[in-house]
Every structure is written in C-alpha cells, then in structure tokens.
Design a protein around this ligand. Structure first.
Ligand code: ADP
Length: 741
C-alpha cells in the first residue's frame, strides 16, 4: 500500500478536522502518500483537482476548528452505480488503494456498497476500454476504513461518534442559559434538539441539564394520555416551588403509535392545559457548529491514528472496518455488522417495538433513561410499604471539582425517591468533625446539576487520630447508616482511615462508598474522575486563545497545568491543542530532553512554524520549573522565536461542569445509592470505591485500595492513559518535509 485517500462526507461534525489531521500525519509518518478527496463523494465522482495530495503542514492549525476543512457534501450521483463507476475510475487514476472515510451511517453505507461492487466496477472499466487489464489487476481490492462522524451518536460500533460530545456541549450551554431566563419569568420552554432516529442528544442533554421532561423516539410515553401525565408532573413541580419548566424534545420524538410529537405541539399542550406562557427554542445547526470539545478532538485523533494502522494491517482486506471507541479503548468492528445493528434500531422504532430499540441502544442508554425519569419527578415516591427508611449521609472532600454538585443532587434525589433520609455533611471531613450535618430535601438540590464548585463545601482535611472520636460521635448522633464521599485524593484517604478503624469505632462499621471527583484524574479504581473533563475543556479553551494571540509573532508558550503529580491533564491537553510536548512527572524531565526539545523547536520554526506549545504539569520536575524552561527556551531560541509562560491556575477547578462530567456524576451517584441500600444493615457491611472502567461502572473493595495507590505521588500505580503518549508524540513532531504550497 502506497497511496491512500481521506474524505469527510454527509453531515459535518466537530472533530472531523482532528480526525483528518491525525490520518494525514500518521499516514505520512508511516511513509504513505495521502490524497484529500474534497467535498466527500462528490469530489470522488468529479475527480480532477478535487483529489489532491495533502501534506503535513496543510493540516496544521485545524485541530480547533469546527466543520471540516476538506469539505463535505451530499452526493446524489454516488447513490447510483454510474456515479460509483466514475468514482472508481478517479481513484484508480490516482493510484489510491485505500480510503479512510469519515461520515455518518449514510456515508458508510455508500462505502459498503462501493467495496462490494469494486471488482465489478473495475471489470466494467476494462470492458469499456477506460482502463487496461493490468491496472485492474493492480487495484484488485480497495481497502476501506470508516470513522463515524455524526453529532447524533446514532451508530453501532462505537460508544461515541465524532461530534456528539461537542453537540452536547452546545445543548447543555443553551439549556443552562434558557433555564436562567425561564426561572426569572416562571416560564416554560420547549427545546428541540437534533436526532431524527436517535434520542441520545435529547436524553443526555436532559440528564446533564436537569430538564423536567424528555421525549425521544426510542421510548415514547407508554400511556395514551401522555400529555396529561407530563402536565401533571410539571404542575406538581410548580406547586412545590420550581421556577422553570424545561421540556426537551428530540426531532424524531413520537408517541407509542408512531405519530410524531413536535415541539410546537408540546408548546400548545402546555399552554392549553397548564395555562403557562411557553416558548419553543429549536437549537438547529448551532448544535453542529463551533470548536470541537476536548473529548472530540482527542477521540478523533486516536481514531484517525488507528485507521492508518488498520489500513496497513490485513484486516481491512476483504471487509471494511469501523474504528470506534469502547470504554477508553479504540475498537475495530466490521462495517456490515455495524450497519446491520444500526438499521435494526431504525426498524424497531418503525415497527413500534420500543423494547427492542432500547435493547439495541445498550445498557448505559437504558440506565440513563431510567435515571432521568426519576430525577424529573417533582416529588419523591417515598418509602415502599414495609421498608425501613435508611439514613444516608453525603459529603464532598478534597479539592473542588466541577460535577460535585451534580453528584450530590442525583444522590439526594435518587435516595429520597426510595424513601430514605438524605443527610448533607457541610465542609468535608472538617464539617464531619464539627458535626455539621443536616437533612437535605428534594427541592433543596434543585438546579444543582449545572452548578460548578461544591455547594456543600469541601476541603482537604484528613482526620487525625483525635478527630476520629469526634467523627464517631457525629455519626452516632445523626444515626448515619451509610456514607457517600464524593471527592478526591484527600477524601479517599479519609474514607480509608475510617474504614480501617471500623473495629475500634462501631460508628465506622457502616458501608462507605467513594465517588471519584477530582480534576486531576488521579484516583484509583476508575479510568476517569468527575471534573477532569471540565478542567480539560477549560485548559483547551484557554490554550486556543493563547495560541491565537501569537499569530503575528514567532513564539513558543510554556503552559503550566494542574494535576498534582498526575500528568493526565497535561498529556490530554497537549493532544487536544496540538502541543509539541507534554511534560509530566511520570516521565520525568532531564536536561537532555530539554536540549532535544529546543533542537526540535528550532527545526520547526526554521520550517515555517509560527507558534510552539509546550504543556507542563505543575509537578513535572521540581528544579526545571516553568520559569526555568521558558528562560532556557528563550535563550536558546535566539532570533528564531521568543518565549512566554502561562500558568493557568485555578480557572481549571472552576466553571460549570461539562456534559460528560454531569452524566458520569449522575450515573455513578445512582449506583452508589444502590450499593449503600444493599449493604446497610449487614453484619459486615462492605465498603468500596466506584468508578468507570472500560466503559462499565465497577466497584473496588476499599481493602484493595492501598495496594493500588502510589501514596507518595497521590496517583494510581497503573494509569491507562500513559499508552496514548505515542500518538501524541508522532503528531506533534515538526513537518518531515519542506512546507508544500
Ligand atoms: P450521513 O453520512 O451524515 O449519514 P447521508 O445519509 O446524507 O449523510 O449520506 C451522505 C452521502 O453518502 C450521500 O449523499 C450519498 O452520496 C452517500 N450514500 C448514502 N447512502 C448511500 C447508499 N445507500 N448507497 C450509495 N451511497 C450512499
């Protein structure tokens, strides 16, 4: 394989550029020649200069841009055999043997058809004298790799499609904004989001933004008078003091008989039945636009890199492959299988087999739907007859992390809904020592889903021996039967301290569960902690601006990010912003490294680079500080470039939680309540920390925690994301050739 083509097709999606950049640079690094096929299949059919070589520097500076720089289109001709015949001719003329196609299920269906017909198309080209037999023999097979670019997250074979996370950012920002104006005027709003056949954006948008009702195609209301049911729930909410009412409607929402439910109809229902002033907001193309989120940039980068590996492997020889992400691992699945399953959902919805549609969407989708249904209730169900009300305490501890409030809200509401008494401990373990505990009720946590910071208060206090007596007294006084600690490293250590003393203090012999919340992402038992995604997005936004500030000058920035001894934010931040280098404590920094980095920077600037970017974790090296590095680079850079440092500081801990953090916080909190319910009252109750590992929610026994923790550096002994360094390293190196133009 020598030459490959890359194209973006169908609806554009933020993150497509990151994928193109990664494909182009990875392929060049592997010695391939790369052609961009401009305007999707239209360019493939048109040929000519719509199929052109694309170089290393051509994909510089596109990572942060929305849309797709190589263009996308819908192409009627490609739907017909004749169009595909012309496309095949053009590909062969350019010597292209493999294609990496970034598009939605429509585009990938097109790819599937093209590959199936390939041999026949070449035979016809030979028959009609367009190409000689030798050419047909040389290009016998066409290798195809697909990446799913679609904001709807509507395709099987990947947990997330390129663009879906960014679209959720747009939706959640919009709904947060609408909520504040709705609350000021006690208005109702109906918000319509994209998703003709998939309710992902509506459902996750509702979960993340704390909406009051949601309508999606896969799970229509199961009663005939759904309008009545919706109105009674919203009216109850008003009665107990809720100031805003937000209904989110997916474009393709329908009732159980398959009749469409439009946002306009929902508005009419709310106005006529509740007499409420109701406004409709159709979010439309805003959801598609704008700069991609940190997640979309990184996932697209990793998928693009694997697409190149896959096209070079034998796998794609006979059957196109879809590159996806499952948990935090990049996956490969045969395209035909992905298409079959995707069509299955559409068929199930069409035939009103909603159980099947939900089953095909997978467990986390169904879980989320159940959680939303509980959270939207205005008032809790209350205890089941014959079941005892448990007393469950919730607290934050460690540094503040965006999403802590979201987790508290979910825990309080889901616990209260099961009839339990939910207690809030103020101000972390400090507050617990002082006995600052009060009951939290359903409405008290209203609006907490979207608020940054820690409304319960948090701090890094780890109780010492004498504090333990006070804590035991407080727990006994308030008859706490189970404890949910939502927090970071100090919280985990404190929880462990109580757990280890449970044989001495009977008050500690209760189930304790830790929910990971820390921007550092340095907690054991989970791949990701709540808050890290928000911090990463804050870093990425800041670095984008810093880079823009330097367009006129030749400048290198040394940007310092948080993370304590954990390099997650620096590595992922570097990958998402196209930094040349991430410095982290895990790798250490040597003078030799710095000398080599200066050499690479100089090489880059000599070849036309305008901005250099190095991201340094705050604890990467004690001696080689951010100031030291900046001074060193400045001195060594000479006339080629100057250097500025930027220490991002506490903005990383602030801000409203990102959609991902809200969803993670909510799902984890739901499982924590289930866990406490099953453990409370047992003779030897278990204690655990919860986490998301490989996409699944898992519990780790607190007993296992110490051996997984690197206590000296407050981070887990094993960190999965360290494997991603290779891709980031390849993409950031200076262009191997002189700039082409
Ligand atoms: P998306 O890829 O975003 O789902 P579309 O469904 O519009 O967007 O598909 C994009 C393009 O893919 C179409 O304009 C067409 O050129 C091609 N395509 C879609 N479906 C098919 C098909 N069944 N056969 C051949 N080409 C197709």
């Amino acid at each position: 394989m020598k030459k490959i083509g890359v194209l973006t097709s169908g609806g554009d999606a933020p993150g497509m550029n990151a994928a193109v950049r990664s494909v182009v640079r990875m392929a060049l690094d592997r010695g391939l020649e790369v052609f961009a096929v401009y305007e999707g299949y239209q360019g493939m059919v048109d040929g000519g200069d719509r199929i052109r070589p694309i170089g290393w520097n051509d994909v510089g500076g596109i990572l942060q841009r929305g849309g797709t720089v190589i263009g996308s289109a819908r192409c009627q001709q490609f739907r017909e055999r004749n169009g595909r015949l012309q496309a095949a001719y053009n590909l062969v003329q350019h010597g292209i043997e493999g294609l990496i196609i970034i598009g939605g299920d429509g585009s990938l269906t097109g790819a599937h058809v093209l590959q199936k017909e390939w041999t026949g198309l070449l035979a016809e080209l030979v028959e009609t004298g367009k190409i000689p037999q030798e050419t047909a023999d040389t290009y016998q097979s066409l290798k195809i790799i697909g990446l799913v670019g679609s904001i709807d997250n509507d395709m099987y074979g990947t947990d997330m499609t390129i663009g879906a996370d960014t679209a959720l950012h747009r939706i959640v920002d919009a709904v947060d904004a609408i909520s504040s104006t709705a609350a000021s005027h006690q208005r109702s709003f109906v918000v319509e989001v994209m998703g003709r056949r998939c309710g992902y954006l509506a459902l996750m948008g509702a979960l993340a933004a704390g909406a009051d009702w949601v309508l999606i195609p896969e799970a229509p209301p199961n009663v005939d008078d759904w309008e009545g049911k919706m109105c009674s729930v919203l009216a109850e909410g008003r009665a107990v003091g809720r100031r805003d009412s937000i209904v989110i409607v997916a474009e393709g929402a329908q009732d159980k008989y398959g009749n469409p439910i439009t946002s306009q109809y929902v508005k009419e229902v709310l106005e006529s039945r509740l007499g409420e002033d109701t406004r409709v907001t159709v979010l439309g193309h805003v959801q598609r636009g704008g700069s991609p989120s940190a997640f979309d940039r990184n996932v697209s980068t990793l998928m693009g890199a694997d697409a190149v590996e896959a096209i070079l492997a034998d796998e794609a020889q006979t059957e196109p492959i879809v590159i996806g992400i499952q948990g935090n691992k990049i996956s490969r699945t045969p395209l035909s299988h992905c298409l079959e399953k995707t069509w299955g959902v559409a068929e199930a919805i069409k035939h009103q087999d909603y159980d099947e549609a939900m089953r095909l969407r997978g467990r986390s989708f169904a879980d989320s739907f159940r959680i939303v249904r509980t959270l939207v209730r205005a008032l809790p169900h209350g205890p089941e007859p014959g079941k005892r009300r448990l007393r469950i305490a919730v607290m934050n501890a460690g540094g503040p992390a965006p999403g802590m409030n979201t987790a508290v809200r979910a825990a309080v509401r889901l616990g209260a809904d099961k009839g339990h008494i939910m207690l809030g401990i103020d101000n972390g373990f400090r507050g617990l020592i002082d006995g600052d505990i009060q009951e939290l009720d359903w409405m008290q946590v209203g609006g907490w889903a979207s608020r940054g910071g820690a409304l319960l208060g948090t701090n890094r206090k780890i109780p010492n021996e004498s504090d333990l007596y006070a804590i035991a007294r407080a727990l006994e006084k308030h008859q706490v039967e189970g404890l949910l600690m939502i927090g970071g490293w100090a919280g985990y250590q404190s929880a462990l301290a109580l757990f280890e003393e449970r044989h001495i203090f009977p008050a500690f012999n209760i189930p304790i569960i830790c929910l990971p919340a820390s921007i550092n992402n340095n907690l054991p038992g989970t791949d990701l902690s709540v808050g890290a995604d928000t911090a990463l997005n804050s870093i990425v936004e800041a670095v984008d601006k810093i880079k823009q500030s330097a367009v006129a000058s030749q400048r290198t920035f040394v940007v310092q990010v948080m993370g304590h001894y954990c390099g997650y934010l620096s590595l992922m931040g570097a990958m998402a912003t196209g930094a040349e280098r991430a410095y982290m404590h895990e790798e250490g920094v040597t003078l030799k490294d710095l000398v080599e980095d200066v050499r690479q920077l100089k090489k880059g600037f000599k070849r036309g680079k305008r901005v250099g970017l190095m991201i340094r974790n705050e604890m990467a090296n004690e001696v080689y500080s951010t100031g030291f590095m900046s001074a060193l680079f400045e001195e060594e850079g000479g006339d080629l470039f100057d250097v500025r440092q930027a220490i991002l500081g506490h903005m990383q801990q602030g801000g409203d939680p990102s959609p991902f953090d809200r969803i993670l916080a909510t799902r984890l909190a739901a499982r924590c309540i289930d866990f406490l319910e099953t453990q409370i009252g047992g003779d030897e109750p278990e204690s655990a920390c919860i986490g998301q590992v490989q996409g699944e929610i898992l519990l780790t026994d607190l007993r296992d925690l110490p051996r997984r923790m690197d206590t000296e550096h407050s981070r887990p002994k094993k960190q999965w994301w360290l494997d991603l360094r290779r891709v980031a390293g390849v993409l950031a190196q200076p262009a191997p050739h002189k700039k082409k133009r």
